[in-house]
Write a protein that binds this ligand. Structure first.
Ligand SMILES: [Zn+2]
Ligand SMILES: [Zn+2]
Length: 836
């Protein structure tokens, strides 16, 4: 340990007020590295606290100020947790696979295997310079085989459990990025990355059955301490709608459609005698006047009558050539009659069965009961094809006979009509009552439906972990044996994607030709790589176990450190990353690999930084380069300034003018500690303000109210130095601890200056004395020769000499005090009058 006298910045009494951040920060970076200050005792510690932040994508541009804002906010929280007695693990890693990196490499004509290590080295330099309490001995790089070996292992765990499957599906294809996109990566029909209009293509893809987990993913949200907006985004994405599945009996299509009514009991044999529909409006079943099946519905082959076969076939061919976006948005209704009829289980009446492309196979059961009286699309369709339109819901000013000129969909105060025993039921009540009634009749049941789709894992790109599957003509898709992991991504020069829809790896026979692990015959590797969201879906499990290379995560360590205590990241990942991480964790839980279902106990989304009122962008030229600011002002000032901009969860406006005020604040703290008297008794009024400040900062930091915590410390320093009074040691020592999470380097330096050998972060958090909290600051008027010349702000209870000093320190008052006062009149808490 270094003693205070050996320190390079031992203060001299005549030294100027400012301190040299470059020197102090370099000193402490070196000491932290030497002392391994930021490396927690992972195996042995008693009170572990896992403070996670979302890991960055290491772009070639380097760390941007938004990254630094987020990481600093997490670092302050983590350092506070350490000060209150936890052993804190604050890891970082690099999410370096994926289209961003690959596209950039293509643009600059370099190989991502060369670019990524350089970018990571640059990020590491920047993050170290920012003074984060990161454990640099436990980082992850998703592109390193030692990491993606386990990403492939995660894939295989899902494969083994039947949760990874192949399906030929209409997928979103970005013609510019030349890859499949997940639904989450499409915004309004456009690629979220390059804004190109997305096309639909039918391709064989790997999917994860996340939809099996939809009810749990939804229900568990209630148990999580997350930002309300994040939970709402997840709920909305999972998109539960409550309704009913209703079974309609189909009449024998072999009978002539015209005589179907006469043969109502003659049903199709085998398992195709009925069609199941999903509806969110079971209350309207008495108004269901026809059924619609999606053109892809397999039942169409079985129920279409001979005389309608040609029309249905033509219609199905036509809709196969349409993309899903058009189908969803097309106002013009088209369709074909199948010639089949079904029985409405509520009315017993016969209704025709149609096929139309406004019904989608992926939603519900791929079939609907059409209620044209109360659904706009059904109304348009019925009007066009002259199908019956019945009213079964009436609004407050309507009756059962009020004509329908358009679909009536307003449920407010509406009741059922033309619905036999349910007439007069309010809509909500009727939904439950009719679902129960249908269940009694064995014609349906109440069910929930979800908007969530299965997660498409396949990417026809190069820069990702190869999907660990081998195709064998004899055995089908076979898992790569775990002992053969990782399937190493080969270093190939021609990684440019093309329009073929297959990965560049498919051009490398020397790589994909392998024997089948099961039968030994000639087989072929999967040449697609996996989605980047799989890399980031489990990284938090890896961090504490970095170094344990024989397992993805060590059981004992995982039990000790997980689930994550607090997670901070951007709200743009509210749906994608957080949902996938939760899903994978649930799968790991079900497989017995982890002891918890939910990975992140607490999640808080940070806000965004704008500059001079506008979003930062290269084109506007208002991007803040953190390196320049840290160079000029020091990391401590920059960190504190970023946190002072606004509430952490809201963000703030970066204005260059503000930063000097924060530097001045740190300079004043520096000078206050340097000049503190070790012999004088502390002033009781200042001490009261100190205890109020300890309470305020201790209340604010845990709720991420960093800006108000900083304001409170600034206010305290004003009181501490009011009238440039000489501070006392007891008045400044706790202040160093309070500011330590924000400005860690200077805090360490000042703590050492105060004679301590241990790190300020191991010194504990100061306690406040509740009995001393009452009282605050007061404004005291200062008169000179009977005229009020100004006001000074001092601690309540300040004595005459303190107020006098404060008056002389105020230039606007001091200019009237042209000599030594002959008389001083002091009214405590109110007035100081000077007579010259
Ligand atoms: Zn694109
Ligand atoms: Zn085989």
């Amino acid at each position: 340990m270094t003693s205070p006298t050996q320190h390079p910045h031992t203060p001299a009494p005549d030294e100027p007020i400012g301190y040299d951040p470059a020197l102090v920060e370099r000193t402490w970076r070196e000491k932290w590295a030497q002392r391994a200050s930021n490396r927690p005792d992972i195996a042995g510690c008693a009170r572990p606290y896992y403070a996670l932040m979302m890991f960055p994508y290491p772009s070639a541009e380097g760390l941007h100020v938004g990254n630094l804002f987020a990481f600093t906010g997490n670092d302050i929280f983590a350092r506070f947790q350490r000060l209150i007695g936890h052993t804190v693990f604050e890891p970082i890693g690099f999410d370096a696979f994926g289209i961003h990196s690959e596209n950039y490499a293509l643009k600059v004509g370099a190989h991502p295997m060369e670019l990524i290590p350089k970018n990571i080295a640059n990020f590491t330099r920047q993050l170290t310079r920012a003074g984060l309490m990161v454990d640099w001995s436990r980082t992850v790089d998703t592109t390193h085989p030692s990491y993606y070996k386990w990403t492939q292992w995660v894939f295989l765990q899902l494969f083994k459990r039947g949760l990874a499957y192949r399906k030929k599906a209409a997928v979103n294809w970005c013609p510019s990025c030349k890859t499949v996109l997940s639904n989450e990566q499409v915004e309004g029909g456009h690629c979220e990355r390059c804004t190109t209009l997305v096309e639909q293509r039918a391709m064989e893809q790997w999917f994860f059955r996340i939809t099996d987990y939809a009810p749990r993913l939804l229900a568990n949200l209630d148990t999580l301490d997350w930002s309300a907006s994040t939970k709402a985004a997840q709920r909305n994405w999972i998109g539960r709608s409550d309704g009913a599945e209703i079974r309609f009996r189909i009449l024998n299509p072999l009978e002539d459609a015209g005589s179907a009514a006469a043969h109502a009991t003659s049903e199709v044999a085998s398992g195709i005698s009925e069609v199941t529909v999903f509806t969110t409006r079971p209350d309207t079943i008495f108004g269901a006047t026809y059924l619609v099946l999606a053109p892809e519905h397999p039942l169409l082959d079985l129920i279409t009558s001979a005389d309608q076969q040609a029309a249905v076939d033509a219609y199905r061919t036509r809709s196969a050539h349409q993309d899903i976006v058009t189908r969803k948005t097309n106002k013009e209704k088209t369709g074909a009659f199948t010639g089949a009829y079904a029985t409405n289980p509520a009315t017993g009446g016969l209704i025709p069965v149609w096929t139309a492309d406004y019904v989608l196979m992926e939603y519900g059961t791929g079939a609907i009961m059409a209620v044209p009286g109360h659904d706009e699309r059904d109304f348009a369709f019925a009007a066009k094809f002259e199908l019956p339109i019945e009213r079964v819901v009436a609004g407050p000013d309507q009756t059962a006979r009020t004509p329908l000129t358009e679909a009536f969909t307003d449920d407010a105060g509406a009741v059922l009509c033309n619905s036999e025993r349910f007439d007069g039921f309010p809509v909500d009540e009727a939904k439950a009552a009719i679902a129960a009634w249908l269940e009694e009749k064995h014609a349906g049941k109440a069910v929930a439906n979800y908007r969530l789709h299965d997660w498409c894992i396949s990417r026809q790109r190069y820069w990702g972990p190869p999907i660990p599957i081998i195709y064998c003509d004899e055995c089908g898709p076979v898992a790569v044996p775990e002992k053969d992991l990782p399937v190493v991504l080969p270093n190939i020069a021609d990684f440019t994607p093309d329009d073929s829809g297959v990965s560049p790896l498919a051009r490398h026979e020397e790589w994909y030709r392998v024997p089948c692990p099961s039968c030994g015959k000639k087989a072929r590797r999967e040449t697609d790589v996996s989605d980047t969201f799989l890399d980031s879906g489990w990284y938090f499990l890896r961090y504490p176990s970095v170094g344990h290379d024989d397992v993805p995560f060590d059981a004992t360590i995982t039990k000790k450190w997980l689930p994550v205590n607090s997670y901070i990241g951007g709200n743009e990942h509210a749906v994608l990353h957080l949902l996938y991480s939760r899903f994978l964790t649930m799968v790991m839980y079900d497989a017995g690999h982890v002891h918890f279902e939910e990975p992140f106990t607490t999640f808080r989304a940070h806000g965004l930084i704008i500059r001079d009122g506008a979003k930062m962008s290269k084109s506007k030229g208002n991007v803040v380069n953190p390196d320049e600011y840290i160079e000029e002002w020091g990391a401590d000032t920059f960190r504190t300034y970023l946190m002072f901009l606004g509430p952490f969860e809201e963000g703030g406006d970066f204005r260059d003018a503000g930063i000097s005020g924060v530097k001045r604040f740190l300079d004043r703290v520096w000078a206050s500690v340097r000049d503190a008297s070790t012999t004088d008794e502390p002033d009781q009024a200042v001490m009261r303000k100190l205890h109020q400040t300890i309470k305020k900062v201790g209340d604010d930091v845990p709720v991420l109210a960093y800006n108000t915590a900083i304001a409170a410390m600034m206010e305290y320093v004003n009181v501490l130095r009011s009238g440039e009074r000489k501070p006392r040691r007891a008045e400044v020592e706790p202040l160093v601890q309070l500011m330590a999470p924000f400005a860690p380097h200077i805090a360490e330096e000042l703590w050492q200056m105060l004679g301590h050998d241990i790190s300020v972060f191991d010194s504990g958090w100061p306690a406040f004395d509740a009995a001393r909290l009452a009282g605050g600051t007061v404004k005291i008027a200062v008169q000179v020769n009977g005229k009020t010349r100004g006001m000074v702000v001092v601690a309540e209870g300040a004595d005459e000499s303190t107020v006098y000093a404060a008056a002389l320190a105020d230039a606007s008052i001091a200019k009237f005090v042209t000599g030594e006062p002959t008389k001083r009149v002091f009214v405590a808490g109110r007035l100081l009058s000077l007579v010259l």
